[in-house]
Design a protein around this ligand. Structure first.
Ligand code: PLP
Length: 368
């Protein structure tokens, strides 16, 4: 079986470097908020081209705490509307509702799967205070257009960059377009820790200070609490693992791009819709195809030794967690959720495996 993402094999490539880093942390006797975190925050900010990176416990906290910080700073208040794509992973939406803010779902463009700028404009009301674009599947949302709208309507922009480490438009990377950005380093992300971790990137000093306190019980100084904060820290061990993996991120992205190119050139089956290719800066967190007989295709590939996943099977508005939206219709999202299938594209997928996957997909018409 070709597995969708072989984390064991991915991390085995860096085994010696990871063990060295791990040993350094064990021997340091310092496990929270120390040099490893400082180093990783410095390196990751530099990678993204931002002034600051603030490590937190996971990607959901990165988004939730940024919105929370804007509330503490008086830039947002309860009941403000935040525009978010209707086909995102649920975390983007949870971050909004957890702060007593109102998620306003906006449909994506069917060719890029990213939020549609024209529809953002149509959804703006007097209560709209921010846009939360998601760089879904590793492709940057249309940030030039989104920033333009945000400027015109005086909206904050929080990028959900959890799937897009290293993606860029005109040389400007994910994490450096909005007022702030949330990243996840969940093990399966393009930059993955060996456990949970996340970060916020921003060029805003005041926001950075507030976030550094919020993640640490609302405190900069021990036993002095400015905010009713939380405990959401990126620990020294994960920071050390991430510093190792960051050095290999661009090589892994290049590998993903090579596989994507092979799929796009090799898959030639009228039943399959390939990802559109307008931009070369996609980092291919997942390689998503569409097929009307998606479930049959997934079963067929499994029978042929290829593991695939669905990102995502149920749209947020049809989840039980958001019962109040269950009667709403988001036809583009619904179509996407019914038809998408993600092919293996991880850093350890080989050329031979790609050839086998392509030929299996091209033979699919025989069973449909
Ligand atoms: C993974 C992910 C998150 C959440 O990250 P965690 O580290 O799992 O909390 C948020 N948004 C998107 C788009 C994601 O893919």
């Amino acid at each position: 079986m070709i597995s969708f993402l072989d984390l064991q094999a991915i991390n085995a490539q860096y085994r010696n470097e990871l063990i060295t880093a791990c040993t350094r942390v064990i021997d340091s006797g310092w496990y929270i908020n120390g040099n490893e975190l400082e180093q990783f925050e410095h390196d990751f900010a530099k990678y993204c081209g931002t002034k600051h990176a603030i490590g937190v416990a996971n990607g959901l906290d990165a988004l939730t705490l940024t919105l929370r910080a804007w509330k503490e700073l008086g830039k947002l208040q309860d009941g403000d509307e935040i525009i978010v794509p209707s086909n995102t992973y649920i975390a983007s939406i949870l971050a909004i509702s957890a702060n007593n803010l109102i998620p306003v779902l906006v449909e994506p463009d069917i060719t890029t799967y990213n939020i549609c700028p024209d529809k953002i404009q149509a959804a703006i009301t007097d209560r709209t205070k921010a846009v939360l674009p998601v760089h879904l599947y590793g492709r940057l949302a249309d940030m030039p257009a989104i920033i333009d709208i945000a400027k015109r309507y005086n909206l904050l922009v929080l990028e959900d960059a959890a799937q897009a480490h290293g993606a860029s438009i005109h040389g400007k990377k994910a994490g450096n377009w909005g007022d702030a950005s949330g990243f996840s380093f969940y093990p399966g992300k393009n930059l993955g820790a060996l456990g949970d971790a996340g970060a916020i990137t921003t060029n805003d000093d005041e926001l950075t200070n507030t976030l550094r306190a919020l993640r640490n019980y609302g405190s900069h100084e021990k036993y002095k609490n400015l905010f009713q904060g939380v405990n959401s820290r990126l620990d020294e061990m994960q920071a050390a693992m991430l510093s190792v993996k960051l050095q290999h991120l661009d090589t892994e992205i290049a590998h993903r791009r090579k596989i994507a190119k092979a799929y796009i050139e090799g898959i030639d089956n009228p039943a399959i819709i390939l990802p559109s290719q307008q931009d070369k800066n996609h980092v291919w967190h997942v390689f998503v195809i569409r097929c009307k007989q998606r479930d049959a295709l997934q079963n067929y590939l499994a029978e042929n030794g290829v593991q695939t996943l669905i990102h995502y099977p149920i749209p947020p508005h049809q989840q039980q967690a958001y019962k109040e939206w269950n009667n709403l219709g988001f036809p583009i999202s619904e179509k996407i959720h019914k038809e998408v299938l993600s092919l293996p594209i991880g850093p350890t997928i080989t050329d031979n495996q790609v050839i086998k996957i392509i030929s299996s997909i091209n033979n699919f018409n025989q069973v449909s």
